[in-house]
Design a protein around this ligand. Structure first.
Ligand code: CP
Length: 355
């Protein structure tokens, strides 16, 4: 596996590039090596990753297929470095690595690693690269995965890094699994092009909304509506990006009026872990930004409800049994698409397609 051109640029020059310009340094031979930013994906790759994920999903239906997949990367080891809480991302990456045969190591809490003794994250990552062949990391620090990818690419062990969520800014593999869920949901109704996607909830601090909005700019005639209380509305950086890409969007604080128009409703929880003053989120009235059986009655029969999860009370459990509620399938899709991404990084995508 060849590394990237990241060793040809200083950190200060790289860090000042736009995400689009950074993407060029994160791939090799037009293949993603470090997966850090939603801006790295183009439409062709999104289609190919979706097809590969479906291929893996189908191959894994038989014991013979499972053993074939497991043989692909049984000689490799993966490190999961998650210093921010996670259920789905951690476990779906674990399962994706297991599907492909990896041996796995993990650090989930700085208090159990030598960071507790004052070791820098940069030194921690370099230590992991001595033992493992890929690092999958989640951090509360925005941009840390980029800094670590640059550091590794300038070390003697330039192994790939996958960003499994960084600060408030990016969660690119969540966006990838969201796109896969939309592809599957609309595969018999013309695909994602032309659809109206409605984001609801804490849009100011939700990194999944930011990353998925970026990926949606790859589709034609998309319309996006951001529905949130004023204090939690989508931020100018997302809106400017959409305007720049000629994606039609509007803002609303009236969920019930928007529901009948939606093809996909993407719910999110209040992200109060980012509160800067104690109890600040609790003062915001979010009661009109929830989905229950009354809201279900307003939805198109073909529409879907998504959620990156975890949820709180923004989707009533009464909704779970409705066929339009696809958030549990969305979560499982994460395992298949993450397996597809890792298979592609390690160049076993062709063998899997040809199986
Ligand atoms: N969607 C998501 O990132 O979930 P976790 O925080 O549980 O990983």
């Amino acid at each position: 596996m060849k590394s990237t051109k990241l060793n040809e640029v200083s950190w200060s020059d790289f860090s000042e590039l736009t995400p689009i310009d950074k993407a060029e340094y994160l791939s090799t031979d037009n293949k993603i090596f470090h997966m850090l930013l939603a801006q790295q994906f183009n439409r062709k790759q999104l289609d190919e990753f979706g097809e590969l994920a479906t291929r893996i999903r189908k191959i894994a239906k038989t014991k013979e297929g499972i053993l074939f997949l497991r043989s692909q990367l049984a000689h490799k080891r993966a490190m999961l470095y998650f210093t921010q809480p996670s259920t789905r991302t951690f476990l779906s990456f674990t399962a994706a690595c297991q599907i492909l045969g990896f041996q796995i190591g993990e650090v989930r809490n700085k208090s159990t690693s030598s960071e507790f003794k004052g070791e820098t994250q940069e030194d921690s990552i370099r230590s992991f690269s001595s033992y493992f062949d890929i690092i999958i990391m989640r951090s509360e620090i925005g941009g840390l995965a980029e800094r670590m990818a640059w550091a590794l690419s300038n070390s003697e062990r330039p192994i790939p890094i996958i960003n499994a969520g960084s600060g408030k800014d990016q969660h690119p593999t969540q966006a990838l699994l969201d796109i896969y869920t939309l592809q599957r949901s609309f595969e018999k109704s013309g695909g994602i092009d032309g659809k109206h996607i409605v984001f609801v909830g804490d849009l100011a601090r939700g990194r999944t909304v930011r990353s998925l909005s970026m990926l949606l700019t790859n589709y034609q005639d998309i319309k996006i509506t951001f529905v949130a209380p004023n204090q939690l509305q989508a931020t100018p950086d997302i809106l400017e990006l959409l305007a720049c890409k000629n994606v039609s969007y509007d803002l609303s604080n009236n969920l019930r009026s928007i529901i009948p128009q939606a093809d996909a409703i993407y719910m999110t929880r209040i992200q109060d872990e980012w509160d800067t003053t104690s109890g600040e989120s609790a003062k915001i009235d979010t009661s009109n930004f929830c989905i229950g059986t009354k809201e279900l009655a307003l939805m198109k029969s073909t529409a879907v409800i998504m959620h990156p999860l975890p949820r709180r009370n923004e989707i009533s459990t009464d909704v779970d049994s409705d066929p339009r509620a696809v958030y549990w399938r969305q979560m499982r899709n994460g395992m298949w698409i993450r397996a597809a991404l890792i298979a592609s990084i390690f160049n076993c995508d062709k063998d899997i397609k040809n199986y």
